[in-house]
Design a protein around this ligand. Structure first.
Ligand SMILES: [Zn+2]
Length: 271
């Protein structure tokens, strides 16, 4: 630091400009500035996921997962959006200045397009989870892909006002993790990353929010990091979430926000 302070001012200016231009630094400082609470958990970093490098992630289903460090978790929420419950989840995330990923069911997106736009506006990542959550492995491949596409179209219509089978974010999750080799192959050829999970809260089972918190934190201590699967339409999860986020903060865990790798290109072009 002493050396820098004796450097001529133009060099200092160049150094400052280079630091400011780093996309991740920009995002981090913007988030820190936006967060009204000083002791909030916050989003520690943004991880760009390129489907070419990570076509399938989540060790519950696949051998590979995201390159997370010890203590780093990615929050993912499936099956919404659902008014009244997803809102609670969004409030809990906003209170802690945390970004997550929502794998949406197309039918729900079509019913609640305003919620799709709200989730996007809040800076969360949007993923796709079929039209109506069927057992894709029990239907012909073409029919299964048509259901996937209808889901993508519904979310795209909510987001962009026009149907498209090209997702804004190339992130997809199979309902019940029921993929088939043929469908995995098709997703890979389309450049869409398939998300499994590293662990979950089993929040589809009947339990109290307190029981869910205990289960989830116990699994977290076992894994130490990973992609966590939750369900935003589950009231028990919405009720548990504030305490879980506090737990993460108090136990020095870090939130990683995943975005498509293409966003880096957009950011670079901006500068
Ligand atoms: Zn689901």
């Amino acid at each position: 630091m002493r050396k820098m302070s004796s450097a001529p001012r133009p060099i200092l200016n160049i150094v400052a400009a280079l630091i400011a231009l780093a996309p991740v630094a920009l995002i981090s400082s913007a988030k820190a500035a936006e967060c009204p609470r000083k002791d909030a958990l916050g989003t520690s970093r943004v991880l760009e996921v390129d489907p070419a490098t990570y076509p399938r992630v989540g060790q519950k289903s696949f051998p590979q997962t995201l390159p997370l460090r010890d203590g780093e978790v990615v929050l993912t929420f499936d099956d919404g959006p659902t008014p009244g419950v997803t809102d609670k989840v969004l409030t809990a995330l906003a209170t802690e200045c945390v970004q997550a990923t929502f794998f949406m069911v197309g039918r729900n997106a079509a019913d609640h397009p305003d919620m799709v736009r709200k989730i996007a506006r809040l800076g969360h990542t949007i993923g796709y989870h079929t039209w109506d959550h069927p057992h894709l492995n029990k239907m012909p491949t073409d029919q299964a892909e048509a259901n996937i596409n209808r889901g993508i179209e519904a979310v795209q219509t909510a987001l962009r006002g026009a149907a498209s089978t090209v997702p804004s974010t190339p992130f997809f999750r199979f309902p019940y993790f029921e993929s088939t080799p043929a469908l995995l192959d098709r997703m890979e050829k389309r450049g869409i990353a398939v998300f499994g999970a590293d662990f979950w809260a089993s929040d589809w089972n009947k339990m109290t929010p307190e029981e869910e918190l205990k289960l989830l934190t116990g699994r977290l201590e076992g894994h130490r990091k990973g992609i966590i699967l939750l369900h935003d339409p589950q009231m028990r999860t919405a009720q548990m979430l504030p305490a879980f986020l506090r737990y993460l903060q108090e136990h020095n865990y870090h939130i990683v926000h995943i975005v498509p790798a293409a966003m880096k290109t957009v950011s670079d072009r901006t500068h």
